[in-house]
Design a protein around this ligand. Structure first.
Ligand code: FBP
Length: 550
């Protein structure tokens, strides 16, 4: 197999570990106080009788408390790709081998579906070596099948039994870790001898809390997008003729857009959580953007960069209502809808069957967006925001608004525009040094949790603004992160999603600067991720992490 010169050089990179694991010394487990959960304590305690209330854990150098009996472990990659997944597996593998060289690691193929179907591959040292420090989840593949019914759990246990597997590591986002928690509780309650450990993954950065400082992949993905945004900024600052409307991934939370705005100082960045808090209508958002464009035009600057988080559509009150009415309609009348022949009859069907007010909102949207809103739902019946071209919606509406302003004499410029969507470009990038180290440490910590017989824990590496040697390795009971939410008409225990906090340091910093960045051309050009060189260039932390750390 031919590999790039960078991949070859990068394969020799030895990811850094927290001091407790770095020197291969024995380590011991320290148990903290019993825990509760973020909300709905009684309900969560009842739902997770076997695992609720477990103590927080951390590892320290000292007389070993780990078992050296042979362990076989299964690993699953779940959901969207995030840079560093291969290093979680590498850390897990190396950690397991350090406990006992006879330990084995099996990868279930293509996500949780492989766990149910017993599709697996043994991960050997030779096989793994091709994947160290690389992006992607292709080592074993990923998938979005949900592991949530007792039949799935029993089938998985049956498959583990055949392979002699005593522990399963689920690398996933909030939903997959919620299911890891259900799985751990189910096995413990039924005396099934399989431990379950979760690892916090998602570029969206919305699986975080006091114990999980950031999900892995966020750092690298944001660096890739910021590099591209910076390049676009230099281009538009050179030709001075386009506004670039750029949509960024993030299914729900706007962390990615916010981080990219902080890294590049874009002229406009919308934040979904603020839109919801202020109940801003689509028209108000369009007015805000048009006013910034008009103001820059007054100074002769008919160019700029606007960042739009893909999840924003669901935060705009009237569009959020439209999407949930649409989800209901297409769920309940799916067959009727699917039988319709072409796009225009589908759009007409939707217009007729929404409530009058919502139908008016739908009708006011550009035709392209009307069609996109009726596209296929995800496996849970929700609209797939990554398929809605909000950047084009905004361009069309802003263009209309600017024409009105021109007529009224309040806009003097020329609106040339380009649309971009950055998402898939960053999800499989070679992990930054931070993600390479962080992921390897998360995997290694997972092996330590397994070696000490724990279940229902998320592997947690903390103190991340400090150099890796000062990081701490910990275990957090997944139940601690749970609350009860209404999902599809039923109360469900779920890990609380971390949205952008409007009183948090990153957002506050952005607010203190955004008016300046809107009018001036204060662009920062971050350039590509650097893997080799001075530490201030290669080991930077995301601005979000730095500001939250302070
Ligand atoms: P996860 O939450 O599973 O990590 O995935 C996040 C994400 O990358 C979102 O940013 C995006 O909306 C979505 O996945 C796209 O999903 P898909 O890969 O199925 O197109």
């Amino acid at each position: 197999m031919t590999i790039s010169a960078l991949q070859k050089a990068r394969s020799t990179y030895q990811p850094k570990l927290p001091a407790v694991f770095a020197e291969g010394k024995p380590y011991k487990l320290i148990e903290g106080e019993a825990t509760t959960c973020v909300a709905d304590q009684e309900k969560i305690a009842k739902l997770f009788k076997a695992t609720y209330g477990a103590p927080q854990l951390r590892f320290e150098t000292g007389e070993s408390t780990t078992s050296d009996k042979t362990i076989n472990v299964g690993v699953i990659l779940s959901g969207g790709q995030a840079p560093g997944g291969h290093n979680v597996i590498a850390g897990l593998f190396d950690g397991l081998k350090s406990l006992n060289p006879e330990n084995k690691l099996f990868g279930f193929l293509n996500g949780p579906g492989g766990y149910i179907a017993n599709d697996y591959q043994e991960i050997t040292a030779e096989f793994l070596d091709n994947y160290r420090n690389t992006g992607g989840f292709d080592i074993i593949g990923s998938g979005r099948t949900k592991l949530e019914t007792e039949e799935h759990f029993d089938q998985g246990a049956e498959n583990c039994k055949k392979l002699g597997i005593n522990a399963v590591v689920i690398i996933g986002g909030d939903d997959s870790n919620t299911n890891a928690c259900l799985l751990a509780d189910y096995y413990k309650k039924n005396n099934v001898d399989i431990q379950v450990i979760g690892c916090p993954k998602t570029i969206d950065g919305d699986l975080k809390n006091e114990q999980i400082e950031i999900s892995f992949g966020f750092d690298t993905a944001c660096r890739v997008y910021s590099e591209l945004i910076g390049n676009i900024m230099r281009d538009c600052n050179s030709s001075k003729k386009y506004w670039h409307f750029t949509r960024l991934m993030g299914r729900s939370a706007s962390h990615i857009a916010l981080e990219c705005a902080l890294q590049t100082q874009a002229n406009i960045c919308l934040i979904g959580e603020e839109v919801r808090e202020k109940a801003q209508s689509l028209n108000e958002i369009v007015e805000y953007m048009a006013n910034v464009i008009a103001k820059r035009a007054e100074n002769g600057n008919n160019f700029g960069v606007a960042l739009i988080p893909e999840g924003i559509v669901e935060f705009i009150p009237e569009v959020g209502v439209l999407i949930s009415e649409l989800n209901e309609l297409l769920h309940h009348r799916e067959d009727e809808f699917n039988a319709l022949e072409d796009k225009s009859t589908k759009v007409a069907f939707v217009k007729e069957n929404l409530s009058a007010e919502t139908s008016a909102v739908y009708t006011s949207l550009p035709e392209l967006i009307q069609t996109q809103l009726t596209n296929d739902r995800d496996p849970h019946g929700n609209v797939q925001v990554s398929l809605i071209e909000t950047e084009k919606l905004m361009i069309e509406m802003v263009d209309k608004k600017l024409k009105e302003m021109k007529k009224a004499g309040t806009y003097v410029g020329k609106f040339g525009h380009q649309a971009h969507f950055f998402g898939y470009e960053g999800r499989c990038a070679a992990p930054s040094n931070f993600d390479a180290d962080y992921c390897y440490s998360i995997g290694y910590t997972a092996s330590a949790l397994i070696g000490t017989g724990k279940t229902g824990y998320m592997s947690s590496v903390q103190n991340l603004t400090k150099p890796a040697i000062e990081w701490t390795a910990a275990g957090v009971p997944i139940t601690m992160m749970m609350n009860v939410e209404r999902r599809h008409g039923a109360d469900k225990p779920v890990i609380q999603k971390a949205l952008v906090l409007l009183d948090g340091a990153p957002f506050k910093h952005f607010v203190s600067k955004r008016d300046e960045w809107a009018i001036n051309t204060d662009f920062i050009y971050p350039g590509p991720i650097q893997y080799f060189g001075p530490t201030e260039v290669c080991d930077q932390r995301s601005v979000t992490l730095e500001l939250e750390g302070k």
